[in-house]
Design a protein around this ligand. Structure first.
Ligand code: HEM
Length: 396
């Protein structure tokens, strides 16, 4: 068995789950080489990933970035301006003011907006030709974040293309070409901030106002800081959500009896979304850097070494999940860890869950049948667990 979990070719047909299972048994804190640069420690058990997520001082996100490849100085500088690439106390100061706007209660209030957007996107699907679920799903995250920020609907399509390209460049799946997308998105954001600052009267009650007027560590954001936050919200919300939605449709098509069960009982949707998140988790890992010598699972990790937290493996840990390789929309309990944990726990967790619940409900309402029409194409990545294309035929 090829035990290399960095090798991209291992992910060509999906994550190498049998390799992760073997390593959880034989080497749960596993040293992995990277050709031409320093390798990394891979944490593969649910307990170790959970523990490591809660040690931001010892396991830094800022020191070396959040993917396992070395970054150049400029790349690191950019990464450290994102929430994901910050350490406490700066991280807490930047994250705290955003938390109320992403709370379960506030996000629940977005249900009508998300429902309308989802119905309108599904309503535009042309059932007379092959439909790419990835393209359909990709319409949603940008529009929804755009709605939260109060951006004009006329700009959403343009922003959607920029956000998709920007996300690919940050994930290391495509290089230079997409840096322009990040810059364009940032320029758009600065224009939006400028327009908002120029408005007379009470600021509208939306995420833009909160970002412009909130107290971030004792000060307000300037236009550049606003733009950086704006860009990272678009990037963080994009491929991850599309991965959950398209990955979910794919797994339901792989398990037609469970798709039929979901159709018959919509009460199963919340647990189906959790199982989709566990089984088709959109991100394989995030990385930290050890700030001191430490021991994890009997392995000595030296200061400066890279440590990767493998959600893909933790989600199938047989000491936590019964029959972990089985997709089961009724699974309970389901302590999946696809949103991370601790210091950097996904800010958009409630939004992502709500988008998932609404999408699968509206998908079943919109189409009486969904069938594959050709092979799906996976994203060539050892970081993003996604699909580039999922062709289907639908009937209303
Ligand atoms: C299914 C969809 C999603 C998945 C699987 C996901 C997953 C994650 C993970 C694993 C982390 C990092 C945890 C860590 O480093 O410990 C994270 C952080 C983050 N996510 Fe999500 N995410 C999703 C959707 C979203 C959405 C819709 C947004 C909304 C804008 C969002 C915004 C963020 C932000 C801002 C962070 C950084 C938080 C911080 O560093 O404090 N995510 N997400």
């Amino acid at each position: 068995m090829n035990l290399d979990i960095y090798d991209r070719s291992q992910y060509a047909d999906g994550a190498p789950h049998e390799v992760f299972a073997e390593l959880r048994r034989t080497s749960p804190v596993h040293w992995q080489d990277i050709p031409g640069q320093a390798g990394y420690w891979a944490l593969l058990s649910h307990a170790d990933v959970t523990w490591a997520s809660k040690q931001p001082e010892m396991l830094s996100s800022a020191e070396g970035g959040i993917t396992v490849e070395d970054m150049d100085a400029e790349g690191l500088k950019g990464m450290r301006q994102m929430l994901l690439g910050m350490d406490p106390p700066q991280h807490r100061a930047m994250r705290k003011p955003l938390v109320p706007e992403f709370s379960a209660k506030v996000i629940a209030g977005l249900e009508p907006m998300i429902g309308d957007l989802t119905r309108s996107v599904l309503g535009e699907v042309d059932e007379t030709s092959v439909v790419d679920v990835v393209e359909v799903a990709a319409q949603l995250p940008t529009r929804i974040v755009g709605g939260m920020l109060g951006l004009p609907p006329a700009d959403w399509d343009h922003l959607h293309h920029l956000a998709a390209a920007a996300a690919r460049s940050v994930n290391g799946d495509a290089e230079d070409a997409n840096n322009n997308a990040i810059a364009e998105l940032a320029v758009y954001a600065m224009g939006h901030a400028g327009a908002r600052r120029g408005l007379e009267g009470e600021p509208p009650p939306d995420l833009t106002s909160l970002m412009l007027h909130g107290n971030f560590g004792g000060k307000q954001l300037d236009d550049i800081e606003f733009a950086l936050l704006f860009v990272q919200l678009f990037i963080a919300a994009n491929d991850t959500t599309v991965g959950m939605l398209a990955g979910g449709v794919s797994e339901l098509l792989n398990h037609p009896n469970q798709l039929a069960d979901l159709r018959a009982d919509r009460g199963l949707i919340p647990s189906a979304v959790e199982e989709i998140l566990r089984y088709a988790n959109p991100l394989h890992y995030f990385r930290r850097t050890a700030m001191a010598d430490l021991e994890i699972g009997g392995q000595q990790i030296r200061a400066g070494q890279k440590v990767a937290l493998y959600y893909t493996s933790a989600n199938r840990d047989e000491s936590v999940f019964v029959d972990p390789q089985r997709f089961d929309i009724r699974r309970s309990p389901n302590p999946q860890i696809s949103f991370g944990m601790g210091e950097h726990y996904c800010l958009g967790v409630h939004l992502a869950r709500l988008e998932g619940r609404i999408f699968f409900a509206e998908l079943l309402n919109a189409f009486s049948s969904i069938e594959r029409d050709g092979a799906p194409r996976r994203t060539a990545s050892n970081f993003n667990n996604g699909l580039d294309s999922l062709p289907v035929r639908v009937r209303r």
